[in-house]
Design a protein around this ligand. Sequence first.
Ligand code: CAA
Length: 240
Amino acid sequence: MSKVAVVTGGTRGIGEAISLALKDMGILVAANYAGNEEKARQFSERTGIKSFKWDVGDHEACIDGCAAVAEDLGPIDIVINNAGITRDGVLAKMSFEDWNEVMRINLGGCFNMAKATFNGMRERGWGRIVNIGSINGQAGQYGQVNYAAAKSGIHGFTKALAQEGAKYGVTVNAIAPGYIDTDMVAAVPPPVLEKIVAKIPVGRLGQAEEIARGVAFLCGEEAGFVTGSTLSINGGQHMY
Ligand code: CAA
């Protein structure tokens, strides 16, 4: 029987590449999204991957959304916590709402999705959770106290949950992408982005597929001894 995966934020950017990479492994993929229904419909038509709408920052919505996926595709074996937003700004200008929304979605989403799926994985004796952190959670970033804190939190969450899952065959790992060629990075003001790219030893932005490749490895059967780890994929920008 095919394994079943949920990729949050799975219809665009890095998430889309992850959904496709898992599909290529023969995994039944549910791509979660929160926003544009028309874009999600086009994604599903283009890829043949079903899309499911809910807000990962909403605890009850995650429980209900994962139940709907399980009802449709079968019990969830793999969760990729990829959904994330930015609300960049220096602390002096950052509102409480900008802080809270990033924590609620980026970090809260990981908790909500794990609550909805971890017990089932544990009971069935196999599972994979891959959390998408960030270079900015490892190194910090000017103008991102909210995002850096949430992403750093994801790295701690990963190491703690990995310890709880280990004896049940459930691995929990993180990937820390650097600057990847997506809409999120395209929103960084061009002069700022130019300076950032100049500091990437490989000399370019990463591609979403280069993150998806790491996720695919961590989800494979052969990665069962890898847990609690963080795989940095950042063109050498930060060596942790
Ligand atoms: N280090 C030190 N000083 C910096 C700095 C930095 N990295 N960046 C900006 N500054 C300084 C500027 O030189 C400027 O100083 P002066 O006033 O003395 O000239 C001051 O800070 C204000 O800079 P801005 O004009 O840029 O201020 P702003 O309020 O218009 O914008 C900002 C601030 C929103 C933080 C903007 O600089 C920005 O968007 N920075 C990029 C943040 C970033 O990298 N986000 C990543 C998004 S992608 C992502 O998050 C994905 C992932 O996981 C990697």
